[in-house]
Design a protein around this ligand. Structure first.
Ligand code: ADP
Ligand code: ZN
Length: 696
């Protein structure tokens, strides 16, 4: 039997497991029940796919999302794994065919939607099942944020399949949900695996109380800096998704809207168009995204405050699944909070919901590293600030806020706490508006007391006073600002307060970062064009063929042989067989290829060693070695003796002779008891071959 590590390499083309993947896989192989909690994009699928491949029979995967199933099945098939899905979207004939394959153990994985279980369990009992994996397991719990009644059927399964191991997977971590999942699914002595929720490649930024026009400007400029890079804008209402999408289209950005009010055909078409890079932007309610596994979503913007941190984290997690740098921005204002609280007012769980909204707001209002706050919510504690959020990038400077606070508080008190934010600012600045005169606000003592600050500055200060609990917003009273006990203590000078300085922030932290490892652009665009063609031919999304990360690495490393291809992430055996020669052809035919070799040569001539060249160029030491050998063979001034000693070359020569002057590395490596590494063997062969030619 192959090891999980070997399957990871040969089927999926990856070199290393991510944290916990191996433990979870081994646990599953030992036929134990388990619960794995990993963030979106953390790599859950492989945790049940690899055991499924290694186990003799069929692994059932229960997943609530039909489109996600289809994606995973396509991706597995592209890697040569026998897989099918069974749900309401397929014909009876297909169902029959799939069922008979399953019964005969001709499938490694069978994806099922939970509704298919409702019809009864008898038919499943004829399938030889080696494991049952439950994806999005939080759907079974009322405490999760996405309860689905169909999921309750799964609990019944446990009774009928008492010898089959159950593995549950979710990206939702809070403790009640966790124990609820274990109970509802009747997991037996499950081990729980909680992987890090950190997604360091996602930048985090929050923009508070930005007027609509400015927001539009910011978002358009943000998107225009990201040519062809796909992203999602999440909105609270259907109407907003439509107006944003129309606005973006009129600004020359290719966008569509998506919400539950569209027919399912319309929704599928939009989703497919997004997956296949036909539409750059989707403006959507949170109905969108659950079912997509598009790995190259490069950014996510929230147009409103999300209703809980779990949802927010899952939504931003749809960006950058391929691990490449991706940006997220959250826009919010206090109206959002009113709306969100209204939504849940009649729910029997309203207290839980209010608390979740509150935590979300606290995050948005924070003035310390955002990632620390997010991870702390999921029970993880970063020891250092992240360096990739707006706060870390532009830490706020603090000033003594006593006088500012006192002015604002007294304005509130003197007007009987009947001021919303804007009206308060107008009072403080001594504005001459009809509302002020009608309400006689020009008569109070604080009128005009804050005219030294601009409207925006006051907005900033008042937000901050709200954040610190000096004012409370009366959500049920037109958003009037009420003075808290803390506020009263400040007016009486019993308490001091610090405020952050106002700075005219741009979307600084989210300016496009141009990677310093850009790779060969010509090769990259050729590879993308080729991928698009193949994807269309196979009727699958482009990323099922290869992820962006794979194409980027190809353009960077410019591999020239099948051997080199195996070093590229995402190139498993099946893909090397299917696409290897196409890809190599594209790289070889591309004119700028020489430059990467020349760059390596230049650094070599400067005297850098392998590791130094590798890190300078952002490629692997093996690739550098391959470059140098190629250059050496072409007669370029490369001194391979810098990497292998004359004595080692002689050792290799001797053993190689015994092996019939083989070019295969492994027998030589083994013959030398593994004491000389592959890089050196490669170099020695090149030296020996050249000597042979020179003698002839
Ligand atoms: P989720 O946890 O959201 O289900 P996926 O299973 O879809 O995440 O994995 C996210 C991405 O990470 C996929 O593109 C997958 O191929 C990739 N991935 C998973 N495991 C690894 C690994 N060990 N090395 C490199 N990439 C991986
Ligand atoms: Zn940070």
């Amino acid at each position: 039997m192959q090891s999980p590590q070997e399957i990871l390499k040969s089927v999926f083309g990856y070199n290393e497991f991510r944290p916990f993947q191996q433990e979870i896989i081994e646990h599953a192989l030992a036929n134990q029940d388990g619960l794995a909690i990993m963030p979106t994009g953390g790599g859950k699928s492989i945790c049940f796919q690899i055991p499924a491949i290694l186990k003799p029979d069929v692994t059932l995967v229960i997943s609530p999302l039909i489109s996600l199933m289809k994606d995973q099945v396509d991706a597995l098939r592209a890697n040569g794994v026998e897989t099918a899905f069974y749900n309401s979207s397929i014909s009876d004939a297909e169902k029959q065919e799939i069922y008979s394959k399953a019964v005969n153990s001709q499938l490694k994985l069978l994806y099922l939607s939970p509704e298919t279980l409702v019809g009864g369990i008898d038919w499943l009992q004829r399938i030889p099942i080696s494991m049952i994996a439950i994806d999005e397991a939080h759907c079974v719990s009322m405490w999760g944020h996405d309860f689905r009644p169909e999921y309750q059927q799964i609990g019944q399964l446990r009774k009928h399949f008492s010898n089959v191991p159950f593995m549950a997977f979710t990206a939702t971590a809070d403790k009640i949900t966790r124990s609820d999942i274990i109970e509802k699914l009747a997991l037996e002595h499950p081990s729980t695996f909680i992987s890090s929720f950190d997604r360091p490649n996602l930048s985090l930024a929050v923009r508070s109380q930005i007027p609509k026009k400015q927001k539009e400007k910011e978002i358009v400029s943000f998107i225009k800096q990201r040519v062809d890079e796909a992203g999602i804008i999440y909105c609270l209402s259907r109407k907003e998704t439509e107006s944003w999408s129309n606005f973006l289209n009129s600004s020359g950005i290719n966008s569509r809207y998506y919400h539950a009010g569209l027919s399912s055909q319309e929704r599928d078409a939009i989703q497919d168009g997004f997956i296949n890079d036909q539409y750059q932007v989707i403006c959507a309610t949170i109905a969108f995204g659950m079912g997509i596994d598009k790995s190259n979503v490069r950014w996510v913007i929230h147009n409103n405050l999300p209703k809980n941190i779990e949802g927010y984290y899952q939504e931003i997690g749809r960006a950058g699944r391929d691990g490449m740098p991706s940006d997220t921005i959250l826009y919010y204002n206090y109206r959002d909070v009113v709306l969100l609280n209204d939504f849940v007012q009649d729910s029997e769980f309203k207290d839980v919901y209010h608390e979740k909204i509150n935590r979300m707001l606290k995050y948005a209002e924070a003035s310390t590293c955002r990632r620390k706050i997010l991870l702390a919510y999921f029970g993880e504690h970063l020891t250092e600030d992240c360096g990739n959020c707006d706060i870390c990038n532009d830490p706020p400077a603090f000033i003594d806020g006593k006088i500012i606070a006192q002015k604002a508080i007294s304005a509130a008190l003197r007007s009987k706490e009947q001021l919303g934010i804007n009206l308060m600012i107008n009072v403080l600045r001594g504005a001459k508006t009809i509302e002020i005169f009608e309400k006689n606000l020009d008569k109070i003592k604080t009128y005009g007391a804050g005219s030294e600050y601009s409207f925006k500055q006051w907005q900033h200060f008042i937000n901050h006073l709200i954040n610190q609990g000096v004012f409370e917003i009366a959500y049920d009273e037109n958003l009037h600002l009420k003075v808290s006990d803390l506020g009263k203590a400040i007016v009486e000078s019993k308490q001091s307060i610090q405020l952050t300085e106002f700075s005219e922030k741009t979307t600084k932290s989210t300016k496009k970062k141009t990677s310093d490892k850009a790779g060969d652009n010509e090769v990259l665009s050729k590879l993308k064009a080729w991928r698009k063609e193949i994807a269309a031919k196979n009727k699958v999304p482009a990323y099922v063929i290869f992820h962006d990360a794979t194409l980027n690495q190809l353009a960077q490393d410019l591999p020239l042989s099948i051997n080199d291809l195996a070093d590229i992430q995402g190139f498993g055996k099946v893909k090397i067989d299917r696409f290897g020669s196409d890809v190599l052809g594209i790289i070889k035919n591309s004119s700028s290829k020489i430059s990467t070799y020349e760059k390596t040569l230049l650094l070599h001539e400067k005297g850098l060693n392998l590791e130094q060249i590798a890190s300078e160029r952002g490629i692997s030491p093996q690739t550098v070695m391959n470059h140098l050998i190629k250059l050496f063979e072409e007669g370029k001034p490369v001194n391979l003796y810098r990497f292998v000693t004359e004595f080692e070359v002689q050792q290799i020569k001797t053993i190689r002779k015994k092996l019939g002057n083989t070019f295969q590395l492994k027998p030589i490596f083994d013959g030398l008891s593994g004491e000389i590494d592959y890089g050196k063997i490669n170099a020695a062969i090149a030296i020996l071959e050249k000597q042979k030619k020179q003698i002839n």
